[in-house]
Design a protein around this ligand. Structure first.
Ligand SMILES: Cc1ncc(COP(=O)(O)O)c(C=O)c1O
Length: 394
């Protein structure tokens, strides 16, 4: 391997949300944080070099997006995903959640129902509720250890009037990479009931070895016409602090409305650093990503076998994509508070507690595995040790 993912970076005292807020939130300076979804790996070196070069200009003025940046995005999706994007479909947005929120506001009615599939990344709930809409929940079904969509219930929500769905693909927190047949079936229902699809594909590049992400809008032109795809380089290359994302909207009327609202909120300008950083990411970051995914698979394999050996009461969902491990801890017999105490007090680790992803997530924990193996080892050692100690004391 060319890149060293084993080195543990010191992120303390860097204003890192994950490392520097954990003490305040969980009450222990030595807590090991595997919660916030960023990586404890340095980004590809080419990005750092591009950022330094850009910073050296010393004048940080208004910026427009360059052709190179657009070409880099288009080439990446062509090569990596076999998806042909037209520059006229692309709009830059500071963040994916910003796009989700704008889409809810623009493409659903006040107090209207918006579909999500629980358990899911918790801002999905926020953008629905905080825009004055109602959550129409289509809970995912846990079948043979992985999530499946409940198409029957989904159709009933559409029959009842829901006209917008927020899709998480690949799925956070379940680590599911939806197969084209599943997306096709979802798409057919959306066509039948005239439902607009907002597909959050921020984890698109993080399909693990052996799995392939398929953008729902790439399945057919008719689906593309009713889909807003939200994409970003930020999960892929560990750049969330740069606030960079974009949407793909092939339908010109939907795009016109989206762009208009984005401008009304003055969110349409390019960040000073992002032309250079994102161009470098998409043109020079491929090798780093491939190696990172291999390393991540090693972390997944390690975590699965460690948990099987040391804490068989819990059942991790084997991830197909994302760097998140979703662990069914209901076998430990603890309620939400009990799981929090086990993590923060007993084990001194911070994973995400599952009920924030919806009621169906209660009893689960989400572990961020995008960190050096030594950190995964230490976190699991602490967690399994504390769980056993508590069980023995009872
Ligand atoms: C599914 C999903 N969407 C969006 C985001 C955040 O995107 P952004 O920081 O661009 O708003 C995350 C981050 O964890 C995520 O997992």
């Amino acid at each position: 391997m060319g890149f060293n993912f084993d080195q543990v970076p010191n992120r303390r005292n860097t204003h890192s949300y994950k490392w520097d807020q954990s003490e305040k939130l969980f009450g222990d300076p030595d807590i090991l944080p595997l919660w916030v979804a960023d990586m404890d790996f340095p980004s590809p070196p080419a990005i750092k070099e591009a950022l330094i070069k850009r910073a050296e200009q010393g004048v940080y003025g208004y910026t427009f997006r360059s052709e190179k940046y657009v070409d880099a995005i288009i080439e990446w999706y062509r090569k990596r995903h076999g998806w042909e994007l037209s520059p006229s479909c692309l709009t830059d947005v500071p963040g994916v959640v910003t796009s989700l929120s704008l889409c809810v506001e623009l493409f659903s009615e006040p107090e209207g129902a918006v579909i999500l599939q629980s358990p899911v990344y918790y801002p999905f709930y926020d953008v629905i509720k905080m825009n004055g809409r109602r959550v129409a929940n289509n809970p995912l079904l846990l079948k043979s250890g992985r999530y499946e969509m409940d198409f029957e219930h989904l159709e009933s929500l559409m029959k009842d009037g829901a006209r917008l769905i927020l899709l998480c693909s690949p799925h956070n927190p379940g680590g599911r990479v939806w197969e084209p047949e599943v997306l096709q079936q979802l798409g057919e229902l959306c066509e039948r009931y005239d439902v607009i699809i907002v597909s959050d594909e921020i984890h698109a590049d993080l399909a693990l070895p052996g799995y392939k992400h398929v953008p729902i809008a790439s399945i057919s032109e008719t689906l593309a016409q009713r889909t807003i795809t939200c994409l970003a380089p930020t999960k892929t290359f560990n750049l969330p602090g740069l606030q960079s994302s974009f949407v793909v909207i092939p339908n010109s009327e939907l795009k016109r409305r989206f762009d208009y609202r984005l401008k009304a909120l003055s969110l349409h300008m390019m960040h000073f650093f992002n032309n250079e950083a994102i161009t470098a990411a998409y043109t020079e970051g491929g090798q780093w990503l491939d190696e990172m995914l291999q390393y991540l698979q090693g972390n997944v394999d390690y975590a699965l076998s460690y948990l099987a050996e040391h804490l068989p009461e819990v059942t991790p969902m084997v991830p197909e994509g994302t760097y998140l491990l979703w662990v069914d801890c209901r076998g430990l017999g603890k309620d939400i508070q009990g799981l929090k105490e086990l993590m923060y007090k007993g084990a001194r680790v911070a994973f995400n507690e599952g009920s924030v992803y919806g009621a169906e997530g209660a009893g689960f924990l989400r572990i961020n595995l995008a960190c050096p193996r030594a950190v995964v080892e230490e976190a699991l050692r602490r967690f399994c040790g504390a769980a056993k100690e508590i069980a023995n004391a009872q």
